[in-house]
Write a protein that binds this ligand. Sequence first.
Ligand code: URA
Length: 441
Amino acid sequence: MNLIDIIETKKLGKQLSPEQIAFFANQAASSKSLDYQLAALLMAIRLNGMSIEETTALTIAMAKTGDILSPDVDGVAVDKHSTGGVGDTTTLILVPLVAACGGRVVKMSGRGLGHTGGTIDKMESIPGMRVELSEEEMMDNVRRIGCCVVGQTGDLVPADKRLYALRDVTSTVDSIPLIASSIMSKKIAGGAEAIVLDVKLGAGAMMKTLDDCVELAQTMVGIGAGIGREVVAFITGMEEPLGSHVGNALEVKDAIDVLAGRTEGPLLEVSLRLGEQMLILSGLAKDEEDAHHQLVSALNEGRGLKKFKEMIAAQGGNPAVCDNISLLPQAKYTKEVLCPVDGYILSVDAQAIGEAARQLGAGRTRKDDILDLSVGLVMHRRIGDRVRKGDPLATIYHNDEQKAASAQSSLLDAVKIGKEQPPKAKLIYGRITKNNTEIYP
Ligand code: URA
């Protein structure tokens, strides 16, 4: 068997056999295979798709390319994963909040992908923070403090580590089988017994239609059910950036502001919604109301922020960043972007905002790019807001005047202003479980 034949099969839109899929996953995990052949196959899959059987086989084959953990954490090991968004830093908020309510969160995260940010890159902006822990250290941290957020060590789904990095720079991110197998292989390998998924919908998401989101959510929930894991998926809005901050250190600051009670809004709302389900699946709350009450109490009593500090310290980071934001990487310069006209904010193209942050250096355009963790932008207005000419629209944090000028022009193109006030962007579209697909009115 060889990759050229497998590329040919998928190029012609034919179904791959389980043996071909296992071969592909093993090649992806092998340092001897060639990036360009893997990338060609990824593009063939992106263009011609995969059946549910192929996607399930790929997920399991990818998980088997590395270790499969069996968490021993004195409780239900729960995990959460988002399909990726802009300004979407829910993980850094809900992981400590759920742990503060007694949850056992073993969170496997990824790096930035395409125009979307990645939790692992964000965490690395905290001085000293280690994101690659041994299995023993991870489980010890979870037993002791209730949570850890880690990247893929060399031994966890090496196939995904390679394919993820290739997809990021070959425009093959927005593929239902590739997203589903990437996410679910990590969840299987991480050993989570309960999983809450956040499938993003809208301009800044990988999926742009509700139908695609439902298909992706049902695929992932179905894979989970097939291997005996409890999986619940939400479809949530990504028309505009979820939080106001976009960029690695800036999003850590946004999460700290939420945990410190200084910021509310959609970022907190989605974090609570996902966190509620994590508590329910962990058997720690009887229903959503109970779970909501527990999470809000932990937030108001400062227990979420305290837990975040404990998690940072346990992973070698400096918890003082939570009290002194200036300890995070700081861009040298800022540039204010002003509203060009009076009116209402009609739309904010979140993908274009994510791309602007990537151009500033917050994301990769090549597999081996080194990120500038300090750069990004902060949006001061949301869809539906009334604005006047000259009002602050956004602040760009940068280290390069030319890149900042180009980010400014992308940002001004990304924001549409008009005379009529539009409805607020929708936040929670639906929930998919093993037995039910609920789309909210
Ligand atoms: N998150 C992942 O881990 N993989 C994807 O493909 C998308 C989001």
